[in-house]
Design a protein around this ligand. Structure first.
Ligand code: ADP
Length: 384
């Protein structure tokens, strides 16, 4: 950060600027100075009119810098002296001298006050600039941090999807294999001496259905690997969980895990970025499956419900190896991992995603075996 120079030079509209047009105050000040001079010099009245130059000096603070105000003060002093010399012919020397001294003192005091106020104003302006610099720097740093977080979340998502390659490939291969089988059957129906058109039509219908299914999987994959800013929308949790199950189904089956999905009926939608929410769920499911690799019983439950404050709850429970109290405390710490090839970022990214949605994520140890991860999100249109 570069500090703004404190020195004032030339005309500077300060913290106490004249509210009217720029030329009015200088004109008024000059007119007042002239009026004081004429009155002081040519009026036979025996009063120290020149003390009013103090007002001229204080008025000049509104449109002149420190040097300008000092020059004005000297000017006023000079005019006072001229007025003194010319005015000698009207009054006695002593009384006249006294009035002159009083006037010059007033000018001196006003100059000192003006100088003080201008110094204070300069310091305030300097601080103002410095603080606005700090605020801008902070905003830029926060934006860079948010961008870095989004980048990291994207990388972690792609890495997690990499762990699911077999499962995803299976989800695409299955409808493709069904398409091939149906296409062959369709050809056989058509190749008959009397083509069986109804059967062939049924085969074509199934082919179209399977193609749509494969397309959905590819589309979902493209969504998850896409790098795009979060787009909050009302998300139907049942559908979002269904898609996650679809992508992880093979992984779950390959690890001989039994999946229980218990979705509460009539669940309100949550306001969330669907991709980020699914990233959280995929991460929890993959972690749960991996935690059950060496477990005798392998049961994974995904449940939804509504919490006491109306928040939407998602539970991902496994019957895996679980964790001791010490490891539980470090569960969401970045780079904490117990896996040989683990990055230890999945759960901390899950937490930042959930918290960015105004929700909470935490884990608890099951009474029998394994862990349960709880995600609480505000229902759409509500804040947690
Ligand atoms: P990574 O999977 O790369 O290790 P995570 O942040 O997703 O990163 O997980 C951090 C650690 O938390 C894991 O290494 C594991 O020790 C622990 N963990 C996460 N989920 C579970 C679970 N369901 N059961 C037991 N331990 C878990």
């Amino acid at each position: 950060m570069t500090a703004a120079p404190a020195a004032e030079a030339g005309f500077r509209p300060g913290l106490t600027t004249w509210p009217g047009p720029g030329w009015v105050l200088p004109l008024l000040t000059a007119a007042l100075a002239l009026a004081i001079f004429l009155f002081d010099t040519f009026s036979p009245m025996k009063i120290a009119v020149a003390v009013l130059y103090a007002i001229v000096i204080l008025m000049s603070v509104g449109f002149l810098d420190r040097r300008g105000v000092l020059l004005t003060a000297f000017g006023c002093g000079g005019l006072t002296v001229i007025g003194f010399l010319v005015g000698l012919r009207h009054t006695g020397f002593e009384a006249h001298l006294l009035r002159g001294v009083v006037s010059l003192s007033a000018i001196g005091i006003a100059t000192a006050l003006a100088h003080r106020s201008q110094t204070a104003m300069a310091v305030l302006r300097d601080n103002e600039r410095r603080w606005s610099g700090i605020i801008i720097e902070r905003a830029l740093a926060e934006r860079a941090l948010a961008e870095a977080r989004a980048e990291l979340a994207h990388v972690s998502r792609v890495v997690t999807l990499g762990e699911l390659t077999a499962s995803i490939a299976h989800e695409v291969k299955q409808p493709l294999a069904a398409i091939v089988t149906d296409a062959q059957a369709c050809l056989r129906w058509l190749d008959r001496p009397v083509p069986a058109l109804d059967e062939a039509r049924a085969c074509a219908g199934r082919i179209a259905g399977q193609a749509v299914r494969a397309d959905h999987v590819v589309q979902r994959l493209r969504d998850l690997t896409r790098k795009a800013p979060p787009e909050p929308a009302a998300v139907d949790l049942g559908a979002a969980i269904g898609e996650v199950v679809e992508l992880t189904r093979r992984e779950i089956a390959d690890h001989r895990v039994t999946l229980h999905t218990r979705l509460a009926p009539g669940l309100p939608p949550v306001s969330a970025d669907r991709i980020q929410l699914q990233q959280v769920l995929i991460n929890l499911v993959v972690n749960a499956v991996q935690a059950m690799e060496a477990a005798p019983r392998r049961e994974l439950a995904i449940e939804t419900g509504v919490g006491p404050a109306g928040e939407v709850l998602i539970l991902v429970a496994d019957s895996g190896i679980g964790l001791g109290p010490e490891e539980m405390a470090r569960l969401f710490t970045p780079f904490h991992t117990t896996k040989p090839g683990g990055m230890g970022l999945g759960l901390s990214i899950c937490r930042s995603i959930v918290e960015a949605h105004g929700g909470r994520i935490w884990a608890s140890r099951n009474a029998d075996a394994g862990l349960t991860f709880h995600v609480a999100l505000p229902a759409a249109g509500r804040t947690a």
